[in-house]
Design a protein around this ligand. Structure first.
Ligand SMILES: *[C@@H]1O[C@H](CO)[C@@H](O)[C@H](O)[C@H]1NC(C)=O
Ligand SMILES: *[C@@H]1O[C@H](CO)[C@@H](O)[C@H](O)[C@H]1NC(C)=O
Ligand SMILES: *[C@@H]1O[C@H](CO)[C@@H](O)[C@H](O)[C@H]1NC(C)=O
Length: 131
């Protein structure tokens, strides 16, 4: 009997703890703007500077995470290579330096704000003089 009541108290405490932990619902929207450059057919060379662009039209008033980060993907996998970070997602453009990576026609960028959005697949080539 005593055991049962203690269990009930414990359960009640757990319930109220989870109720407290539950985040309050905020009027905020997930925002994943589409990448407009690079696009299909883009060829970048290692060491070049390029402006990655994305479409900020129709962005929601309240964005959950307005801090952007751009990472490199290859063959459908996100690599640890960060091309840009800590920028305002509403800028719509950020200059990146093409990293020292192997040639490939299967690169993509992923633009993170609230949520990741992939660019089309594009090509990165090494500088011809080094090969
Ligand atoms: C945006 O956030 C503000 C402050 O939290 C809130 O008053 C407003 O209703 C929100 N607007 C939209 C469109 O969610
Ligand atoms: C990126 O855009 C800025 C602003 O339009 C321009 O000044 C700069 O030259 C561009 N950089 C490249 C690498 O295209
Ligand atoms: C990478 O691409 C460059 C430019 O097209 C080419 O000259 C070089 O031979 C390529 N290297 C490899 C390892 O495929």
């Amino acid at each position: 009997m005593k055991f049962t009541s203690l269990t009930t108290i414990a359960a009640t405490l757990l319930l109220s703890a989870s109720a407290l932990a539950r985040p309050t619902i905020e009027a905020r929207d997930v925002y994943a703007p589409p990448v407009t450059y690079p696009h299909a057919g883009t060829v970048w060379k290692v060491g070049e500077h390029h402006n990655v662009t994305w479409d900020t039209a129709n962005h929601p008033v309240n964005i959950t995470n307005g801090i952007g980060q751009i990472m490199l993907r290859k063959a459908g996998l996100t690599t640890p290579v960060i091309l840009a970070s800590e920028f305002n997602i509403l800028l719509g453009r950020i200059t990146v330096t093409v990293p020292w990576v192997q040639n490939g026609t299967d690169y993509q960028l992923v633009l993170f704000g609230d949520s990741g959005n992939f660019s089309p697949t594009f090509t990165i080539t090494g500088p011809a003089s080094l090969f």
